[in-house]
Design a protein around this ligand. Structure first.
Ligand code: DC
Length: 215
């Protein structure tokens, strides 16, 4: 399997870059954060406590989550807009720290790749846990200020406030016990601060060609 794994903190440009690279290489793209978000909004909708790991893991097993490009469905219902709300942002890190939930989603992510053979997969633990044998691992980062400014340009809000939320989410994601956000030893670290997306896409596409063969 020719896996291009892209990990990094919130707002580093992973989704934008991963989509564009996938287009450039002509291979599919998987946003794994959308899977965690789908579990989070379904838990909220069904009154399941996001902090209850066993209950959320049972829920994740019971529902059918499908992520296809920008469209995410749960049991056939479109949740693509709902998973991007401030409410979803608030609870998703809590849901993502449960080992049982991660087990279920990791299986889905591996099945997604096995049926496609090649793809760009974006998340937090793709290089370290889900696809440790990926032929190319990229850790994409940017300064907290720039990440906040990008979020505000996209969805509004106050830069300082958003920067504080982003730092808090980074802290939760990197300090959790299971599969924390971390740089794989063999990952290429790319800092996107002040760089246009196109530039980064070209760099990654060229690395993929060299390390993974043609898409
Ligand atoms: O990339 P994102 O903002 O949509 O991710 C949403 C949350 O899910 C984020 O708090 C981290 C978590 N996540 C994770 O733990 N592992 C992944 N592979 C992807 C996302």
């Amino acid at each position: 399997m020719r896996v291009l794994a892209i990990d990094g903190p919130a707002g580093a440009g992973k989704s934008t870059v991963a989509r564009l690279v996938a287009d450039r290489l002509g291979i599919p793209f998987l946003d794994t954060g959308a899977m965690f978000r789908a579990v989070a909004v379904t838990a909220a909708a069904r009154g399941v406590d996001p902090a209850d790991g066993d209950a959320v893991a049972r829920l994740a097993t019971a529902i059918a989550i499908e992520v296809d490009g920008d469209r995410t469905t749960v049991d056939g219902s479109d949740v693509s807009a709902e998973i991007r709300t401030a409410g979803a942002n608030r609870i998703v890190s809590i849901v993502a720290r449960h080992a049982g939930v991660r087990d279920v989603l990791r299986t889905l992510q591996r099945e997604w790749m096995a049926s496609r053979g090649a793809g760009v997969v974006e998340g937090r633990d793709i290089s370290t846990v889900v696809f440790p044998d990926a032929c190319l691992k990229v850790f994409l980062t940017a300064s907290a200020q720039e990440r906040a400014a990008r979020r505000v340009a996209q969805s509004g809000g106050d830069v300082e406030e958003v920067a504080a939320q982003i730092l808090e989410r980074d802290r939760l994601d990197s300090t959790r016990d299971v599969a924390p956000l971390a740089v794989a030893p063999d990952a290429v670290v790319i800092d996107s601060t002040g760089r246009p997306a196109d530039d980064i896409v070209s760099e990654i596409a060229s690395l993929y060609g060299k390390r993974c063969g043609r898409g």
